[in-house]
Write a protein that binds this ligand. Structure first.
Ligand code: TXA
Ligand code: MG
Length: 343
């Protein structure tokens, strides 16, 4: 299959490109498109055969449900029922935006693979001109996971999607680099108090200001059986080819680690903020300004992906602040490293 890339840009008339993308979707095909978080791989959420093409292209395990994207807030009532008051408050405050709400699904409406057999469904209204234009043109719900091959870091550029899925999907809408760079916050509002299943751009503090107490299990608590989890959380995620080790952002510690690893014949890639760019290492990858956590978030996946283009046999990644989106950045780093720290 040939994969076409269609450039879309807020400042020019791209209606022909949207028409083409919508035609693919209406014909039961998948289309990759940008959102404010990462690129998604979309299919019409009521079309089971189309949705199955997402799982095939990504090589995604079939027990991992997809997020349904909608173009207007009102559409949420078409596919879900018993929407709790806290969910309505969240929609008012954060939609469109990087917040996925887990709600009770109306039975027999969405393609069965979307919910992977669960009675609940994740819904979000993305805050990105291209995603909204696509959704509002097609006027159908679009199921879309991140547009990466399963296990790899999510795509923040059209070229990342192309690297992973060229030949397996017909069309990529190229809207440039995504803004936030990590996936949406997933909040389960079917339980009280609501639980953050995956941290993202909408933080615990932001949520609590609007709806009161919210639980956010940490990396260790997520390993406990009884902690509510997203089905996808048990799988390897965000992982470059070489193993990743977390390390505190301290110069002497980093230099010692690099020396030790190189003595063991390793080629080392260092993912660290710019003030460490003078450290001697096989490959240095910039993680941006340590005081700008939004910038670090936007750069994270591009840097992790860049590791695969080097001959690194081990990757050292410095930890970040946990403020704001930093919580989500550290969550992804912990997963990329499988919880491993350099010692
Ligand atoms: O920012 C995002 O959320 C991106 C963009 C494209 O919207 N999408 C995304 O989708 O990250 P995906 O499939 O890579 O991650 C969805 C996560 C998975 O961990 C999945 O298990 C969880 O949400 N999820 C989906 N439906 C669920 C449900 N009904 N209950 C619990 N977790 C659910
Ligand atoms: Mg994903």
């Amino acid at each position: 299959m040939k994969t076409i890339q269609l450039k879309v840009n807020e400042n020019v008339d791209n209606s022909e490109n949207y028409t083409q993308a919508v035609d693919y979707l209406n014909n039961g095909e998948v289309v990759a498109f940008p959102t404010e978080t990462v690129y998604g791989l979309g299919a019409v959420a009521t079309d089971e055969q189309a949705v199955q093409k997402i799982f095939a292209a990504k090589q995604r395990p079939s027990d991992n449900p997809l997020i349904v994207h909608i173009g207007t807030v009102e559409e949420v009532t078409l596919y879900t029922e018993g929407i709790p008051e806290v969910a309505k408050k969240c929609m008012d405050a954060f939609w469109p935006g990087p917040l996925t709400l887990i709600l009770e699904a109306k039975p027999n409406l969405l393609a069965p693979s979307v919910t992977a057999g669960l009675t609940t469904v994740g819904v979000r209204m993305p805050n990105h001109a291209v995603a909204l234009q696509l959704l509002q043109t097609i006027q159908k719900p679009i199921a879309a996971p991140s547009a990466n091959r399963s296990g790899k870091p999510s795509p923040t550029k059209a070229s990342h999607v192309y690297e992973d899925l060229a030949g397996s999907i017909p069309c990529i809408l190229d809207g440039g680099m995504t803004g936030i760079g990590v996936e949406s916050t997933v909040l389960d509002v079917t339980i009280t108090p609501p639980v953050i299943l995956r941290p993202g751009g909408v933080t615990k503090e932001m949520l609590e200001e609007v709806i009161g107490p919210v639980l956010e299990p940490n990396f260790e608590q997520q390993k406990i059986e009884s902690t509510p989890k997203a089905p996808g959380m048990k799988y390897t995620h965000y992982a470059p080819n070489a193993p990743v080790y977390l390390i505190e952002p301290e110069r002497a510690l980093i230099e010692r680690a690099i020396n030790q690893l190189q003595q063991q014949q390793h080629k080392v890639a260092l993912l660290a903020p710019v003030h460490f760019n003078d450290i001697e290492v096989d490959t240095y990858l910039s993680f941006g300004d340590a005081n700008d956590i939004e910038q670090m978030s936007a750069l994270l996946y591009d840097a992790l992906r860049a590791c695969d283009k080097t001959d690194a046999t081990v990757i050292l990644a410095t930890t970040t602040s946990q403020q704001g989106v930093g919580r989500a950045v550290m969550n992804r780093l912990e997963k990329a490293a499988g919880g491993n720290w350099y010692k």
